[in-house]
Design a protein around this ligand. Structure first.
Ligand code: NAD
Length: 262
């Protein structure tokens, strides 16, 4: 399926080697955008770009190796998008980690906390900062920051640094949306429910751990990365021109659930 919902737009997708980022980069390209695919995983983003070349054509996407927690690398990423494609319309700050040693208040080590905050929070800030600078020059744009349903709900299966980091993404995104509303720069958080990507499946590595979560999901299944990509596509496109500052939930009903169907 291809369309033109992002025709003429230039997008950056971070975390483009992985589940949600990969699917979104491919979908954005199919919908007419030029896409800079960024990730720390260099081979991974080359693979994403090869896939886009195969499905959409050459010259539609480029890979860029960047660690989003390093400001000079994020600045260089945004500059590369502008140099290669002339402007920036869409910034999808999606890269994130959920560290296997992330735990409760007593067991989470400070280095895990700091690493999680550096990537999940500071990385999003740097992405927003440099996208704003570029978007001011082209008259506006859409910035989408990947948060999580755990920013909205408490879980008794703790991953404290991750949860706190995603809460920070929601709060930061909301405030940025207000500050830059008159500049035609929109900011929205994407709040995925639990998705069948390596990030989560590596964490939930037994059937028991999976079932412990699935009982709370009204639809009774994990989501797919492509379902997040369609949410990001709406927020990226002009179809969402009056949508800013939202916690946009793509979570199978999870964050509204009390008792789920048997
Ligand atoms: P994933 O692990 O498949 O992809 C994440 C990508 O981010 C990887 O390619 C990884 O190399 C990249 N990355 C990690 N650190 C980076 C850094 N410092 N700089 C640049 N790239 C870096 O995971 P995913 O499930 O696709 O996650 C994407 C986003 O969605 C994350 O922010 C995650 O927290 C969020 N999320 C995921 C779920 C889920 O259930 N999978 C649920 C809610 C939110």
């Amino acid at each position: 399926m291809t369309g033109q919902r992002l025709s003429g737009k230039v997008a950056i997708v971070t975390g483009a080697a992985g589940g949600i980022g990969f699917e979104t980069a491919v979908l954005f390209a199919k919908e007419g955008a030029k896409v800079v695919c960024a990730d720390v995983n260099e081979k991974g983003v080359q693979n994403t770009v090869s896939k886009i070349s195969e499905l959409v054509g050459n010259g539609v996407a480029i890979p860029f190796k960047a660690d989003v927690s390093k400001e000079d690398q994020v600045k260089a990423l945004v500059e590369k998008a502008v140099e290669e494609y002339g402007k920036l319309d869409i910034m999808f700050n999606n890269a994130g980690i959920m560290h296997p040693e992330d735990d409760n208040a007593l067991n989470t080590e400070e280095r895990i906390w700091n690493l999680t905050m550096d990537i999940n929070v500071k990385g999003v800030w740097f992405g927003c900062k440099h996208a704003i600078i570029a978007m001011r020059k082209s008259g506006g744009g859409s910035i989408i920051n990947t948060a999580s349903f755990v920013a909205l709900m408490g879980a008794a299966t703790p991953q404290l640094a991750y949860t706190a980091s995603k809460g920070a993404v929601l709060a930061m995104t909301r405030e940025l949306a207000m500050v830059h509303a008159r500049e035609n720069i929109r900011f929205n958080s994407l709040c995925p429910g639990p998705i069948r990507t390596p990030l989560l499946m590596d964490f939930l590595n037994t059937e028991e751990k999976k079932q412990r979560r699935l009982v709370h999901v009204p639809q009774g299944r994990f989501g797919e990365a492509i379902e997040q990509a369609y949410g990001a596509l709406f927020l990226a496109s002009d179809e969402s021109s009056f949508v800013t500052g939202t916690d946009f939930r793509v979570d199978g009903g999870l964050s509204n659930a009390y008792v789920t169907p048997e």
